[in-house]
Design a protein around this ligand. Structure first.
Ligand SMILES: [Zn+2]
Length: 145
């Protein structure tokens, strides 16, 4: 058997196992029939409401940070959020449902490295561009110590 399979981790769309070594979409619980699950990216974009799904998933991430006493939102647009617990910095993107974390001392250099190494071939060309543009915008945010 190839890949890293965790028994019980099944994609709710196609009902086959998830290979944990490959990119997959992991969602929080928010009352959608496919929420709180790992979903193959190819299956994700076959859902007719994937845009709404990303919107709701992003909003959940925002409210989780808002209610977390250790994390603060440093900056937020409709497409991404930069948050920190004063040790690490996290960028959560709405497009692609992706998030990136780095130690605060490596901000924004490490975020720049992510842009070059993104394994996002499940995204369309336009989505890929959107993600790269948003990450570049995020690297301009200056963290004050
Ligand atoms: Zn699937």
């Amino acid at each position: 058997m190839y890949g890293n399979y965790n028994q019980g981790m099944r994609c709710p769309v196609c009902n086959t196992a998830i290979d944990l070594d490959k990119p997959y979409f992991a969602s929080s619980a928010f009352g959608h029939r496919y929420s709180d699950a790992a979903i193959h990216w190819s299956c994700f974009y076959s859902m007719n409401d994937w845009e709404e799904f990303l919107e709701r998933s992003f909003n959940i991430s925002v409210s989780e940070i808002e209610s977390n006493p250790y994390w603060n939102i440093l900056y937020k647009t409709k497409d991404y959020m930069i948050s920190s617990d004063s040790v690490n910095v996290n960028v959560q993107l709405k497009p692609g449902g992706m998030s990136f974390s780095t130690h605060i001392s490596k901000w924004p250099e490490n975020l720049g490295l992510f842009i070059g190494k993104l394994d996002i071939n499940y995204l369309s060309e336009n989505q890929r561009k959107e993600v790269a543009v948003l990450l570049k915008q995020a690297t301009r945010y200056q963290i004050k110590n």
